[in-house]
Ligand binder design. Structure first.
Ligand SMILES: *[C@@H]1O[C@H](CO)[C@@H](O)[C@H](O)[C@H]1NC(C)=O
Ligand SMILES: *[C@@H]1O[C@H](CO)[C@@H](O)[C@H](O)[C@H]1NC(C)=O
Ligand SMILES: *[C@@H]1O[C@H](CO)[C@@H](O)[C@H](O)[C@H]1NC(C)=O
Length: 302
């Protein structure tokens, strides 16, 4: 009887310690309500470090009458979309300064790809991000023969969204990932600002090809260059982010405007967010880098 009880106690103690050691190996999961669930949410959420006033300051000219998407983009759509990616690290990785830097890098690329600013524009050329929500007067439907992602009759897969996506073979898989039928209704991306940000965040968080890094992985330091990469001058930094997003057109071509335009938006946003451009990091440009992908496989393809 006594023996039995001791055995039971020992067994219980064993089971408990096993449980405890299992639990301590499991990553802590935090719940920040609708905005964020997951290990990354143990840090601050985006809305805690990036306010509506920050958004208004970064995109101050987007609703001026000469802009092409007046009244479309807003802070709430951005935060709503971000809620789908914060749990896997978007804008929630590495503490406040890294979080703000990632937002400056992501939104800097967004601004560069959607700007209608030019050198003499009021407020300067970097104040005109989110001026567009889609490509104006596209000269083709961006429909390619594709068995998996065939074009819907009459649909046009021209550039749409905050980091514009092009082609049926990009709308198809991105829509699948977001559980939205973008192949049938590509115009959802330019009719709903949350979706316009979701497709952009998907682009930021995913590599163009398997085994390549995403822009996010590169930016937050999850990516380590291989021998091939270092031989191709591809090193961690904002330059490699440009390479992932649009290297085929913008990298390995020296000091060109399209590349410099992304860099100047990133630096400007670092300043506006109070981080300061001196924190921009090494390897800002990709002028000497060999492109990761040729133009034809990029989501951008302009
Ligand atoms: C949260 O922030 C701290 C720095 O404040 C950082 O060391 C840690 O890696 C961050 N957690 C995640 C999951 O990124
Ligand atoms: C926009 O898209 C989001 C995400 O799919 C959805 O939750 C929301 O209801 C849509 N808004 C409108 C006005 O259709
Ligand atoms: C390294 O680069 C060479 C030449 O460009 C290429 O053939 C090879 O597949 C690359 N290796 C890897 C692991 O990417």
């Amino acid at each position: 009887m006594a023996m039995g009880r001791i055995c039971l106690v020992v067994l219980l103690a064993l089971a408990l310690s096993l449980n405890v050691s299992l639990a301590s190996k499991k990553m802590k999961v935090c719940d920040k309500g609708w905005e964020c669930k997951g290990t990354y949410c143990c840090n601050q959420t985006i809305s805690e470090i990036f306010t509506v006033d920050n958004f208004e300051e970064l995109f101050s000219k987007r609703n001026t009458p000469v802009a092409h998407a007046v009244g479309f983009w807003d802070y709430y759509s951005f935060i709503n979309a971000a809620a789908q990616f914060e749990g896997i690290g978007f804008g929630t990785t590495g503490g406040q300064v890294m979080q703000q830097k990632e937002l400056a890098a992501f939104l800097g690329n967004v601004a560069a790809e959607t700007s209608c600013g030019y050198n003499v524009a009021t407020g300067g050329p970097t104040a005109w991000g989110l001026c567009y929500k889609e490509e104006m007067s596209p000269d083709q439907l961006y429909c390619d023969q594709n068995l998996l992602y065939p074009c819907a009759p009459g649909a046009s897969y021209h550039g749409r969204g905050a980091l514009p996506i092009y082609w049926n073979f990009n709308y198809g898989p991105i829509g699948e990932a977001l559980k939205l039928d973008l192949l049938t209704s590509p115009d959802m991306v330019s009719n709903n600002a949350t979706i316009g940000f979701l497709t952009a965040m998907w682009r930021w968080m995913n590599p163009i090809k398997p085994k390549q890094p995403s822009a996010h992985d590169v930016f937050v330091g999850n990516w380590k260059p291989t021998k091939n990469d270092t031989e191709s001058y591809r090193l961690p930094g904002f330059g490699m982010v440009i390479n992932v997003l649009n290297g085929g057109l913008e990298c390995g071509k020296g000091d060109i405007d399209a590349m410099n335009n992304r860099i100047s938006h990133y630096l400007y946003f670092l300043d506006l967010l109070g981080v300061g451009r001196e924190q921009a990091g090494d390897n800002l440009d990709c002028g000497q880098q060999v492109p990761l992908n040729p133009v034809s496989t990029s989501t951008t393809s302009r």
